[in-house]
Design a binder for this molecule. Structure first.
Ligand code: TQI
Ligand code: ZN
Ligand code: ZN
Length: 169
C-alpha cells in the first residue's frame, strides 16, 4: 500500500503546473533530458499536474542535478551503487542523482554488459513520486516499492502508485 511523508506534504492546488530545470553545469545530453521528460509524463498522465522544462534553474520548481559525494545538503552520495539518487518532499523540489552510477540513458539496460548498470528512467519515475509526495509502498512491483537492482527496468506506474498519487492530486 502507498504511503505519504509525515504531514502529507503536497504541491498546493494553486501550483499544479510545475517547471523543472537541469543544473546548467551538468551539460546533460538531449537523450538524458528526454528520459526525464518521459518520466514526468507518466505522472502527469494520471494527475492534473503538468511538468514543463525551463532554462531558468533558479526559478524552476523542480531542480535536477547530478552530483558526486558530498554536495552540500548533508546527504552525500557514495559512489557506484548504494544510494543512486534522492529527492525531497514537496514543495522542496530538489532531485539529485549520483553522478558516479553507471547510468543507462538509451538502450536496453537488461542487456548491458556492465553489472552495475542502472536504468535512469526507472530511478527518475521513483524519485518523481517522492518529489510529488509519495513515500514507499508495500506493494511489490509498484514504482514506490523500495527495491531496485542493477540491470532492471521498471517504469510503468502500478495501480497502487496511481491510487496514491490520486489521493494527493
Ligand atoms: N534513494 C532512496 C530512495 O529514493 C533515498 C531514500 C531512502 C528516501 N529513504 C527514503 C527517499 C525515504 C524518500 C523517502 O528511496 S535510492 C530506490 C528503491 C533509490 C532507491 O538511491 O536508494 C529507487 C533510488 F526504492 F528501489 F529502493 C531509486 Cl527505485
Ligand atoms: Zn543531494
Ligand atoms: Zn524511494
Amino acid at each position: 500500500h502507498y504511503t505519504f511523508f509525515p504531514g502529507t506534504p503536497r504541491w498546493p492546488d494553486g501550483q499544479i503546473d510545475l517547471t523543472y530545470a537541469f543544473l546548467p553545469d551538468n551539460q546533460l545530453a538531449d537523450e538524458a533530458k528526454a528520459v526525464f521528460s518521459r518520466a514526468f509524463e507518466r505522472w502527469s498522465a494520471v494527475t492534473p499536474l503538468t511538468f514543463t522544462a525551463t532554462d531558468s534553474f533558479a526559478a524552476a520548481d523542480i531542480k535536477i542535478g547530478f552530483f558526486s559525494g558530498d554536495h552540500g545538503d548533508g546527504e552525500p552520495f557514495d559512489g557506484v551503487l548504494g544510494t543512486l539518487a534522492h529527492a525531497f518532499s514537496p514543495p522542496n523540489g530538489r532531485f539529485h542523482l549520483d553522478r558516479d552510477e553507471d547510468w543507462v540513458v538509451t538502450g536496453d539496460v537488461t542487456a548491458s554488459s556492465v553489472s552495475t548498470a542502472i536504468d535512469l528512467e526507472s530511478v527518475a519515475v521513483h524519485e518523481i513520486g517522492h518529489l510529488l509526495g509519495l513515500g514507499h509502498s508495500s506493494v511489490a512491483g509498484s514504482i514506490m516499492y523500495p527495491t531496485i537492482t542493477s540491470r532492471t527496468r521498471k517504469v510503468e506506474l502500478a495501480t497502487d502508485d496511481i491510487q496514491g498519487i490520486q489521493v494527493l492530486y
